[in-house]
Ligand binder design. Sequence first.
Ligand SMILES: [Zn+2]
Length: 424
Amino acid sequence: MSSFRLKTSAIVLQAQWVVPISASPIRDSAVLVLGDVIAAVGKAKEILRRAPLKAQRIEFPEGIIVSGFVNPHIHHENTHFAEVKKPQSFNLWLSQMVKLVKSQSFNDAYAAAKDGVVQSASFGVTSVGEFSRLGASFFALSELGLRGVVFKEFICLDDREIEDQISELENWLENAKPRNSLLRPAIGPHAAYTVTTNAFKRVLDLAKKGNLQICIHAAESLSERKLVEKRKGVWRFWLGRVLHDAPLGLSPIRYLDWLRALKPKTLLVHCVQVDDKDISILAERKVWVAHCPRSNANLKVGVMPLAKMLSAGVKVCLATDGMASVESLSPLDEIRFAIKLSKEHPKIYPSLSPSQWLKMVTFEAASALGIDKKVGSIEEGKQADLAVFNVGSKIKDPIEALVFEAKEAELTMVAGKFIHFKKK
Ligand SMILES: [Zn+2]
């Protein structure tokens, strides 16, 4: 691995197929990487002719080169919470999580994030929408060299804590900014039920001032909906006061809209408990929704009405969520589960093509994070964020082969640098 690291100036990756996402797959093909940029993509013969003589050439006769996966919602700091029971009800899961999170130190979170980031890279993930509770995953991502947006989690259950919490967030944003050109700091107000109305308004002001993206867990469970809309359900004693200043009768989506939190730069996660009116608001406001089907199934919160959402024009991408609620950080595992769901719930969950699913973990997920001009497809001039999977010889349909067969990536590259090599 170290010998590769020394020579990243000109590399030709050659494979049985290249899947650029933005165009049809190309057989017997190659990608030329110069520095951190994709300099050319096309038939191997042509690329080799154009490549500098000294270019390093790596061949994958059974391989498929694909645009690196973008996982728009992940909590790498939760990687060591993998033992949390799944499936179980959302309410039991949440109370277990509250305990685990309280006892997690910064160093524990950092160690977990480091392990998680290595796992993500091994699954071909090159960019993430990281939801970071302690800021520890920012360092882990930065050290391994992943790209993405780091949403610093913001929780404020009591208005008396607003000033302290806001200044802590401002300090984090200030410190995170100059550290790493691949990572963009952003804000993650955790959910409607964990941020007081006044604190939410302050956070939204901060995001507006700094032109920052925001990410919110929204309309995940029925308990959330009961609490936000009616101040009813099991959470009302514990979390009811958070919504003290919020109007009654608004669903979580309508409440967030009332707060003016729904903008094109907003990424909502889950959106399972949504009605038709919620869906039309999501489409109208052009927010992105990160859909996490395995997490939703493991926490028994229901099946997201994906068919209705897509036909209403809601922008949906696919995410794994963290190891506290899923079995792996592989976007391909997420796709496989989604395909299984479409067979089990054909009326509410559409049967999309493998290529549509693949877009939801590449180009569309990159759009959700606002990095689609740089990554999300293999195109000349874009950043060299790539993954290679070996799936056997004589592949007829490389997209199907990827979606149904691929496991660990042979190599993963971000900005022309190798961040993962499969151990032989
Ligand atoms: Zn989450």
